[in-house]
Design a protein around this ligand. Structure first.
Ligand code: XUL
Length: 468
């Protein structure tokens, strides 16, 4: 059987076809938002804004992206063979729809057809722009949620109040533009919005993406009425239902891409929960470490528990139960900065320095924490290099090794609340470094595997579709 996974991330939308019998990806096509849809003015997936705290996108970009990527898929694959669809979106981003939304969805299901998704959706947005996960303009709302709920917010929703999470974003919108908020009948996440278009009806929000809103009582899998009401009175009525698994059936509109009307469509999830499934880490015992601009650690959890330090998040695991996620902001950018401070090449940074220190012995005493950007894990760390030995007098090799050990020790300390792991799968640019892989293996006491799963989120969506 063939299933389709659709991943709408910050900068592009991808469609991936998975052959479930062979366990192989057979086709992947993608549309880069900035390059291929420049008319929406989002060169990097969001609208440029003079205020660095404000990061919004034009939701029409995602609508046009869906049409375009399915058009490409039709040219690359016999789409009539696809038996089910799943997918995901960048987390936290929200879409605001007015009273004409239901009619627009009905047009996608109706016999008359429409030329394209954008014309079917003409006039449905009650808010012209959508805040995305990169937005941090909600300090005041986060402070208000903290003051009202304190620790209870983390215990109930899985995360403390966070600027990019959807609840604080909705709260700000309701306060700044009450008339537009009142005209809003439905609020979707990027994931559930795209899924709604596919099924021609309001799609549910799943527990994976829903947990990134600060609004979901995660252990019950229901909206937390008290928190929702505090964020904006009447909010619960504007949210779709919470549900994992089958969302609905493919609307007739999509027959134009050769897809069979009526095939099952899974509730879309967030990109991180989808990657958990796509990397095969959706069972406890395996963690994934993605070493990118920021370092992200995620793993399935066998029960609901939250980070006592309030840094990590808990989301629903689309395969059942929960998952954890910790994001360490000072990842590859910090490593790059140290590499240029030391003035060495990658061969030395990734391997040579580690061999030199191993020969001399005493690596255990070397630890230095590089926080050049304001860190979130741990919160409020002093910026600069925090070392507990004489950093200035250290050799270049000691500097490199101490910084990598510091980063890995911090990740270990900050993820201990999640549990222990037999296997750590590493991915992302810096996973090429033998020094980093060996340091992870020794600090975590786990087997380290290098993951080679490009498009793990889209693959996760296709795997979830195969389970319908
Ligand atoms: C997770 C987060 C990002 C987005 C974009 O909390 O904000 O990983 O999901 O990929």
């Amino acid at each position: 059987m063939y299933t389709l996974g659709i991943d709408s991330s910050t900068q592009s939308i991808k469609a991936l076809v998975y052959d479930t019998d062979a366990g192989k990806v057979v086709t992947t096509v993608s549309v880069n938002f900035g390059k291929e849809l420049p008319e929406f003015g989002c060169p990097d997936g969001f609208l440029p804004n003079a205020d660095p705290l404000v990061r919004h996108a034009d939701p029409k970009l995602w609508v046009a992206g869906l049409d375009k990527v399915l058009g490409k898929l039709k040219d690359a694959f016999d789409t009539s063979k696809i038996a089910a669809i799943g997918g995901d979106g960048q987390q936290h981003g929200s879409v605001y729809l007015n009273a004409s939304w239901d009619g627009a969805l009905a047009r996608l299901s109706g016999p008359d057809g429409c030329p394209d998704l954008l014309s079917a959706l003409d006039g449905v947005f009650s808010r012209a722009t959508s805040p995305i996960w990169m937005d941090s303009s909600t300090h005041a709302e986060v402070a208000a949620l903290d003051a009202k709920f304190g620790e209870a917010l983390r215990r109930r929703t899985g995360s403390p109040a966070i600027e990019r999470f959807t609840g604080p974003q909705i709260m700000k919108f309701a306060k700044d533009d009450p008339a537009a908020f009142n005209a809003t009948r439905r609020i979707h996440l990027v994931s559930s919005f795209l899924c709604s278009l596919l099924i021609g009806a309001d799609a549910p929000i799943d527990t994976g993406d829903g947990a990134g809103m600060n609004l979901l009582d995660l252990s019950r899998g229901e909206w937390d009425a008290e928190i929702c009401d505090f964020v904006a009175p009447g909010l619960v009525a504007k949210l779709p239902q919470v549900k994992n698994g089958l969302a609905g059936r493919l609307a007739p509109y999509f027959a134009k891409y050769g897809l069979k009307t009526g095939i099952p469509v899974a509730a879309f999830t967030g990109d991180n929960p989808a990657s958990l499934v796509g990397t095969g880490a959706d069972k406890p015992g395996v963690a994934v470490v993605s070493l990118g601009t920021s370092d992200v650690f995620f793993a399935a959890m066998d029960r609901f528990l939250t980070d006592p330090d309030g840094c990590g998040h808990v989301f629903g695991n689309p395969s059942g139960g929960c998952m954890s996620l910790a994001c360490i902001k000072n990842g590859s950018l910090a490593r790059e900065k140290v590499r240029s401070l030391v003035g060495c090449d990658y061969a030395f940074f990734d391997e040579g320095a580690f061999d030199e220190v191993a020969k001399a012995g005493g690596a255990e005493r070397l630890r230095a924490f590089p926080y050049f950007e304001e860190e979130i894990t741990p919160k409020h760390a002093a910026t600069g290099i925090e070392a507990d030995f004489d950093w200035q007098a250290a050799s270049p090799a000691e500097k490199v090794v101490s910084v990598i050990r510091g980063q890995v020790l911090n990740m270990f300390e900050r993820t201990r609340w999640i549990g222990t792991f037999d296997t750590i799968r590493v991915t992302g640019g810096a996973s090429r470094s033998r020094g980093i892989r060996d340091t992870i293996a020794s600090v975590f006491g786990a087997k380290v595997e290098t993951l080679d799963v490009p498009d793990s989120a889209a693959l996760g969506g296709a795997i979830l579709a195969a389970r319908l």
